[in-house]
Design a protein around this ligand. Sequence first.
Ligand code: OSB
Ligand code: MG
Length: 372
Amino acid sequence: MQLEKLELREIRLPLIHPFETSFGRTTHRRILIIRAYDQSGAYGYGECTAPEEPFFNHETIDTAWLMISKFVSQLLAVAKIARAEQVNEALARIRGNRMAKGGVECAIWDLQARLAEQPLWRHLGGTQTIINSGVSIGLQPNLEMLLDQVDRELSAGYQRIKIKIKPGRDVQLVKAIREKHPHILLSVDANSAYTLADLEVLRELDGYNLLMIEQPLSPGDLVDHAKLQRVLQTPVCLDESIKTLNDVRHALELGSGKIINIKLGRVGGHSEARAIQAYCAERGIAVWCGGMLEAGIGRAHNIAMSTQLGFTLPGDVSASQRYWDEDIIEPAVTVSSSGTISAPEGIGLGYEVNEARLEGLVVRREMVALNS
Ligand code: OSB
Ligand code: MG
């Protein structure tokens, strides 16, 4: 592989339903699509998961665009990358900005899989051809709408329900769902909205047989998460806190949680994600694949990643039709009535990118040369 250029395109895609978390509400996605070209003319696709605003972590689509066009491109040009496995290391000098780096890294993995004429998931060493799927339900306008949404997702077959919570909208939601559905796999995600001052509420949640409590405290608070985990039966799952394999090692050594949510963008791409799942698998720590409201390209990368053996819990990767009127890939991602997604057999991502549809959504573009 000899990289030639990166094509950056921003598309705008309205969500079918607004998605609300403790940190904000999203109605329209602005998504950065990256295409990495080889000298031969072959290319691979990546989707940067940096959101519109810096409320999940520090990154946004605009900071990612700048990082890629100015710094990622420079380091890639100097490194003369021959293999996707080298990208993570070549970009290590850029601090943080993992969603920016990850979008590019994923595009280069897709390119390499296509050059090898293999499905990306096989190329990455994945072995699970059936992926277990759950849903993440945002904060709803009222309890009735939440309960209806839970019913709809369960009838569709999803294996696990996760709901968003925030202070003042937590225990009563969980209690109402548990009364209707005593035995389903149910979890909550706080997106860092609590502190140890909220211990009483978190202890109350502990009484509802939850599969996990995801990211209750601030991203940097591994010590406080450890204090919390010591007094809870329910496993704490870390999302925002995990940016690297080293973060996972620190968290597990401290006892900050028992489950790890892996997001490709947040950890900077497939190499780091793969290393994290291998590290956790060796230690019997369950991992699952998180989501960032991805369009089809990001969704397909999440599916490829989820075929790795360590992904034992149902993830947040669900059907395209829960998000979009029409996805940018064909076929759209679908979920079976038993809540599973099948790993696709086509080469690369295994889904066709609908270039005509994608081009129709583009609002900004830039070509970045990689040969210095
Ligand atoms: O914390 O997992 C999260 C969406 C945006 C930002 C953060 C999160 C989420 C989700 C949705 O929970 C997952 C999805 O459906 O893509
Ligand atoms: Mg989360």
